[in-house]
Structures are given as structure tokens and as C-alpha cells.
Design a protein around this ligand. Structure first.
Ligand code: BGC
Length: 741
């Protein structure tokens, strides 16, 4: 050991330095120096992630609705006595920007009084914008962003979110979710990028890059967390946090690639799935965490647990006798940072496990190196403290404009009989349905509060669908009849109002929910919503159905009677304005379905189903569907080679022409089918997509480079296999075959 001047951690850690540290790059030197100075309890503290309530005033565990203030005693118990290195979350309400700054600064001030002065890492669920800050820009939820099929736009949104999180002095976000949305019953469907592997991979990677840029120490960027590794979105029962089942080949083929893409984009952290996958609780699965995630995917960042998931190993999975054994299983499996989230016993238990030789010191050191590395990369160890004056754009018009653009791009027109849309601005409309005048219905969960139930209070200055339409047409042309989510509507009033109108904008869908609060037994909409839709349609007036929903609720009982269907997903705080823009022709609908919209509650399936499932597929709307206010014609699909080998890149090109009378944007989708393979091939897979904006009469030639090696499929060990044989390309209804030699 040599003594060494340490600019990072103050005097004490200057006293010790392993000899090898001098030969390392500066980042690793800093980490090794700090690590060498740490006691075991200090190391274990760095592996602990506590929820905010634990260090705040209020009744534990869940706190109060009072404005949050730090509790100096609780804070010191956590940081001073248990050496806790990371805090996350909010309490039961959103904080103002000054409140956030004072919370984070107060926590850092406590950290500065500890022996090693290692800053605390603050993390937050910024899943569609900086969720828990008053006045923040709340964008479409991920499922809506997926419908934009636009990685550039998704990157811009992540960048704006990073800006607003850093404005609150928060450097770590728990987003994006790159687990696939292939089971629409699951309450977290809306947090995904939908069912397709390529779309989720491209958008997830774009989001990671948008959050992180190329330098995490940049005061306008944050560290991203890929979640939830892996398969959590596939519960067998459909209920949240229940055992998931994903065949090994499907895991390798579909579920792992978006995580790989996020890791290659540089994601700083990964959160584990809080469920059992294929019979093993993920938090205890050494194969999945260490062999697959850390070794095979080469993930070098921080692996964190989900909420309370370490203790779930004993408390709900019953694979550990007690919490001590649960900690042992998780840490030995490869966990680096435990979201405990209230419990300081974690540190005591882990110290004891190390002392008794049940958790190796090398495992602790690996975890602490990863956590310190993240703190170093974020500039927490070396950089200047954040400066409140640097964030004038928080909640700005600039971000609201981006938000409105994103919401417009997500809106997906699924039906437009007799081109009823766009409606003329001279129309008199009835705007009704439970979502008509609700900011909560536009945003869903993770909005100011976890479940999003107080959104109308926080976003009182924003436009609901009703307000936005009234602003566009003038209030005299707009009538509103209020309806609730699941109570019988006043059909007499509704019908009378519909008769007075030229058209009805009927806003149906879901109330906000998060996690287990969104568990359902049936994808059908409440009976009252169906009854309202039918009663309005029976008036003979055109009914425009606008759906604000986080997952595809069944509309079969009345969809044939609807003149138009606009799927808005959960479009965020500018959703009302964007919907009004599209309904009245100030913008064209651009979104394309990022999932298969089922026709019946049990009619679940994905577009890339097996050929043997084909007879069972009869969706309401297929994956990739979406109309515009124009018409596109495809022609001249061409491949540059008829025969290829594994090392070739095939060029596929096609002409697209706007045959309609309005400018419009088309999303060109390239699908490839492997006609025969030794593992049953899917009917087709999305292999490329590109958006093209075309003026009326304009034609563009769009071309894709398709590396043939990317057409390989995975075997159950994750080994890519490319078999010779015939393949078929499909774009816009045109088909061409080629042969792999
Ligand atoms: C959720 C995570 C979230 C965490 C922190 C958990 O219940 O599953 O997605 O990041 O809470 O709020």
C-alpha cells in the first residue's frame, strides 16, 4: 500500500491505496482508492437503496400527504449510521422544484458529514417525463411513444426528461422499460414499447442515448435504468408480480435483445424483474443475473433490485428461510444495489453474512465498484454541485411543444368510415365519455403520484380533450355531458345532446392505475361504457371513438357502430391538444399500432405468432396498423440479390407514393419470413422501418440494408443459427423471395 493524494474523498481515504491502483485509468484509480479506504459496513451501505419516506418526516412506512421535509434524525440514522449510499422515490405527492432541490441538497449535506463523504445517489421513476415534480413536462407513456415508431423523437423526449430530472438535482432515472408488451392483460403494458423486439430495441436504445448522451457528468443528462430484467411482463395469470413463463428460445429470441440493445447504448443500470421466471425468482437467479446479464451480455453497470424484491425471496417466494437467507441468495446471485426499501436491517444482515463467510468479500467489492463507478461517471464524486439557475427550460413552452408533437405522432387512427375525420371546425360536437374532461385519463399512472389519481389537481392548467376542442371550435359549438368510468351514464341526456350535435366525440378507456392496482380479470370495458357507445350510435350521428387506455380494452361489442376510432394510448399532458389537432385536421394521425389489438378478451396473440397458430389469429386491428388522412401506394419492391450468404447485406427498396390530397407521413414496415427452420419460425418478423413524409402526389424510394446475419434465430442457449433456405420479404403488401445459401 502507498499513500496517495485523493481529490475525491478527503483526507481519510488518502491513507490507503493498493499498489495496482497507480497503473489504472483515473476512473478506476478513484474507485480503488475509495474502496480500499472503506470498512465493511461502509461498503454494504453503498449497496443499499432506501425510499424517501425512510428519511422524511411523517408516519412510516408510507408517510403522509404533508409537504415532505427531511427528518434529520432518520436521515442521519440512514446515512451516518448505516452508511446508506442511495435514496429514491417520492412520498405520496409530487414536490415542487425548490422542494426537490432542498431534499437532495439536504441529503448530500448529510453525506458530506460522513467519514468518506461519498455522495448519495438519488433515483426516480421518470417514466414519461419527470413524473413526480410539479410543473414537469409529462409526455406520452412508453406505449404511445412506441406508436410513433420514431427513435429520434423518443431520444429528444428522453433528453428533455433528463433535463427536468437534473433540474430537480436528480441524476438517475428508473427508465426505460424494455421488457416486451406481449400480454395486454398485464397492468404494466403501457410502460412497454409494445410487442415487437426490433421496435423495442431501437426505441429503448434511443431512450438510453437521450437520457445519457455520451457523458453522464453532463449536468443535463441522467443515468438510465433498463427494466425489468426479464420476462416480468409475461405473468401467466396476467396479474402483476405473479410468476412469468417465457420459453427459453423466446427469451433469447425476443426478450433479451432489447436489453442487449440498451446495454450496447451504454445503459448505466439494470433493474431486475420482481417475479419468478420459468420457476426461479429472478432475484435469486445467479444464472440470469451473473451468467447472462453480467457475463454474456457484458453488463458492467449497476444491477439493482426492484421494490422489496430481496425480501420477497423469503416473504412471498419462500425460497429463503428468512430475510437473512434472502439477502444471501440475492447478493450471491449478483445483485449490486438493493431497493430495500424501508429496512435498515439489510445492511446489518449483509455485514453478518460477509463476516461469517457466507457472502464472499469479492462479491461485495464487485458490487461497490459498480456503484462507485456510477457515482464517478455522474460527476457526483468530482463535479461541482448542481446549480438551480441552470434549468430555465423546466416545464417550458419549448418542452410543451415537443410534447404536443410527440402526442400527435402517437395518435393512431384505426377506423375512419367515409372519411368522417377530420371534422370541419364549423361542426357542433358533443364531447362525452368518462375521459372527456380528465387529465388523469390522458396520463395514467406514474403521474405526479404513483397511481396518478391526483392528476387533475396537479395539471389543472392543462387542456383535457373537452377544453382543447372548446378552445379550437369556440365554446358555443361544444356540448359536454359528464360520464364516469363504470357507473351507468344518463343515457337520456346523452342521446338528447347527441341529437343536437353534428358529431359525437366519445372518450372511453381506462382510469389511471399502476402495478397491482391495474390488475383485471377481463379486458372488456365496463358495461356502462359499451351501453353509452351503443346509445349514442343509435342516434345515427357519427360517433368518433377516442380511446385513452394503457392496454387494448375490448371494443368489439360496439366498434362496428363507430364512425371512427382514434387510439390515443396515454398521451400525456398535451394529449388533449393533440387529439383536438387531429380530430379537426390541424395535424394528420401518424401513429402505427405497436401491438396486436385483440378482438375478444381471450383472443390474445402477437403478429409474429407461429404458423401453427395462424388459424387462431383474428385481431380487431393488426400490429403496425394505422390510417392517415391520405392514401399511400407501394410499387417496385426490389432486392439487389436473389441469393445471399450469411456475410451479405441485402438491399431492399420500394417506392411509396402519396396518392391522396393531403400531406401525410407513412411508416414503411419491412417484414421478413423464414419459410422453413428447425425451430418453428414465426409467420414474419419486423426487420426494418422508416417514416417518410410525403406531399400529395409525391413519391419516394425507401431502401433498407438488411444484414443477413440478423435473420438468424436463437436456439435455447442463445446461439444464433442461420439456416440455408428460402425467405420472403414483405413491404406494404408486396412480396419477394430470396434464398440464403
Ligand atoms: C416498480 C419499479 C419502480 C420501483 C420504484 C417498483 O414497485 O416495479 O418499476 O422503479 O417500484 O418506484
Amino acid at each position: 500500500m502507498k499513500s496517495f493524494f485523493c481529490a475525491l474523498c478527503g483526507l481519510l481515504c488518502c491513507l490507503v491505496l493498493p499498489a495496482r491502483a497507480g497503473t489504472l485509468p483515473p476512473r478506476e484509480q478513484a474507485i480503488e482508492r475509495t474502496l480500499a479506504a472503506m470498512t465493511l459496513p461502509e461498503k454494504v451501505g453503498q449497496m443499499t437503496l432506501l425510499t424517501f419516506n425512510t428519511v422524511a418526516q411523517g408516519t412510516l412506512p408510507f408517510g403522509t400527504k404533508e409537504p415532505h421535509r427531511l427528518d434529520p434524525e432518520r436521515l442521519w440514522a440512514a446515512i451516518g449510521e448505516h452508511h446508506v449510499g442511495a435514496i429514491f422515490n417520492t412520498g405520496l405527492h409530487a414536490l415542487t422544484l425548490p422542494e426537490w432541490r432542498s431534499v437532495v441538497t439536504g441529503i448530500e449535506a448529510a453525506a458530506a458529514r460522513t467519514r468518506l463523504k461519498i455522495p448519495v445517489l438519488y433515483g426516480i421513476d421518470a417514466v414519461h417525463g419527470m413524473s413526480y415534480a410539479c410543473g414537469a413536462t409529462l409526455f406520452p407513456q412508453q406505449i404511445g411513444l412506441a406508436a410513433t415508431w420514431d427513435p429520434g423523437l423518443v431520444g429528444e423526449i428522453a433528453r428533455a426528461t433528463a433535463y427536468e430530472a437534473r433540474a430537480a438535482f436528480i441524476p438517475l432515472v428508473f427508465a426505460p422499460s424494455v421488457d416486451l408488451g406481449r400480454n395486454p392483460v398485464h397492468s404494466r403494458f403501457y410502460e412497454t414499447f409494445g410487442e415487437d423486439t426490433l421496435l423495442a430495441s431501437r426505441l429503448g436504445a434511443a431512450m438510453v442515448r437521450g437520457f445519457q448522451g455520451n457523458n453522464l457528468a453532463n449536468p443535463y443528462r441522467v443515468a438510465a435504468t433498463l427494466k425489468h430484467f426479464v420476462g416480468y411482463t409475461m405473468p401467466v395469470t396476467g396479474k402483476d408480480r405473479t410468476p412469468a413463463a417465457v420459453p427459453e428460445v423466446v427469451l433469447q429470441e425476443n426478450f433479451i435483445p432489447p436489453f442487449r440493445a440498451g446495454i450496447e447504448a451504454g445503459a448505466a443500470a439494470v433493474m431486475l424483474a420482481n417475479c419468478e421466471l420459468n420457476g426461479v425468482p429472478v432475484h435469486a437467479d445467479r444464472h440470469l443475473i451473473t451468467d447472462v446479464l453480467k457475463n454474456s451480455l457484458g453488463f458492467r453497470g449497476v444491477v439493482m433490485s426492484d421494490w422489496g424484491s430481496v425480501y420477497s425471496l423469503s416473504d412471498s417466494h419462500h425460497v429463503a428461510r428468512d430475510r437473512r437467507e434472502a439477502v444471501k441468495l440475492a447478493v450471491n446471485a449478483g445483485l449490486d444495489l438493493a431497493m430495500v426499501p424501508f429496512d435498515l436491517d439489510f445492511t446489518t444482515l449483509l455485514v453478518d453474512l460477509v463476516k461469517k463467510g457466507e457472502v464472499p468479500m469479492a462479491r461485495i467489492d464487485d458490487a461497490v465498484r459498480r456503484v462507485l463507478g456510477l457515482k464517478y461517471d455522474l460527476g457526483l464524486l468530482t463535479g461541482p454541485p448542481p446549480n438551480a439557475g441552470d434549468y430555465p427550460d423546466f416545464g417550458s413552452q419549448r418542452f410543451a411543444d415537443l410534447n404536443r408533437r410527440a402526442a400527435r405522432a402517437s395518435l393512431t387512427l384505426l377506423k375512419n368510415e367515409k372519411s368522417v375525420l377530420p371534422l370541419p371546425k364549423t361542426a357542433r360536437v358533443l364531447v362525452t365519455g368518462f375521459g372527456a374532461d380528465s387529465m388523469a385519463a390522458l396520463n395514467g399512472g406514474w403521474t405526479y403520484t404513483w397511481r396518478g389519481q391526483d392528476t387533475d389537481r396537479y395539471a389543472a392548467d392543462k387542456s383535457t380533450i373537452l377544453k382543447a376542442i372548446a378552445a379550437k371550435l369556440g365554446p358555443a359549438r361544444v356540448e359536454h355531458v359528464a360520464a364516469t368510468y363504470d357507473e351507468p351514464a344518463d343515457l337520456g341526456r346523452e342521446v338528447a345532446a347527441a341529437r343536437r350535435a353534428d358529431a359525437v366525440v366519445l372518450c372511453l378507456g381506462e382510469e389511471p392505475y399502476a402495478e397491482n392496482f391495474g390488475n383485471i380479470d377481463d379486458l372488456s370495458l365496463p358495461e356502462s361504457q359499451t351501453a353509452l357507445a351503443r346509445a349514442l350510435a343509435a342516434t345515427g350521428k357519427p360517433v368518433i371513438l377516442v380511446l385513452t387506455e394503457g392496454r387494448p380494452r375490448i371494443i368489439r361489442p360496439f366498434v362496428d357502430q363507430m364512425a371512427a376510432v382514434l387510439l390515443a394510448y396515454l398521451p400525456g399532458n398535451e394529449g388533449g391538444n393533440a387529439i383536438a389537432d387531429v380530430l379537426f385536421g390541424d395535424a394528420g394521425p401518424e401513429g402505427r399500432l405497436p401491438f396486436t389489438y385483440p378482438r375478444g378478451p381471450n383472443g390474445l396473440g402477437t403478429y409474429d405468432h407461429k404458423i401453427s397458430e395462424g388459424y387462431a389469429q383474428d385481431p380487431e386491428f393488426p400490429f403496425g396498423a394505422g390510417l392517415s388522412y391520405s392514401r399511400f401506394r407501394y410499387s417496385g419492391l426490389a432486392l439487389d440479390k436473389a441469393q445471399v450468404t450469411a456475410t451479405d447485406v441485402l438491399t431492399v427498396s420500394v417506392a411509396v407514393r402519396n396518392d391522396g390530397r393531403r400531406p401525410a407521413t407513412e411508416t414503411v414496415q419491412l417484414y421478413v419470413s423464414d419459410l422453413v427452420a428447425s425451430i418453428p419460425p414465426p409467420v414474419k418478423r419486423l426487420r426494418g422501418f422508416r417514416k417518410v413524409a410525403l406531399a400529395p402526389g409525391e413519391q419516394a424510394r425507401v431502401s433498407f440494408s438488411l444484414p443477413i446475419k440478423d435473420l438468424a434465430f436463437m436456439d435455447r442457449n442463445g446461439t444464433p443459427i442461420l439456416e440455408p433456405g428460402e425467405f420472403e420479404v414483405a413491404v406494404g403488401g408486396l412480396h419477394r423471395k430470396f434464398v440464403v445459401r
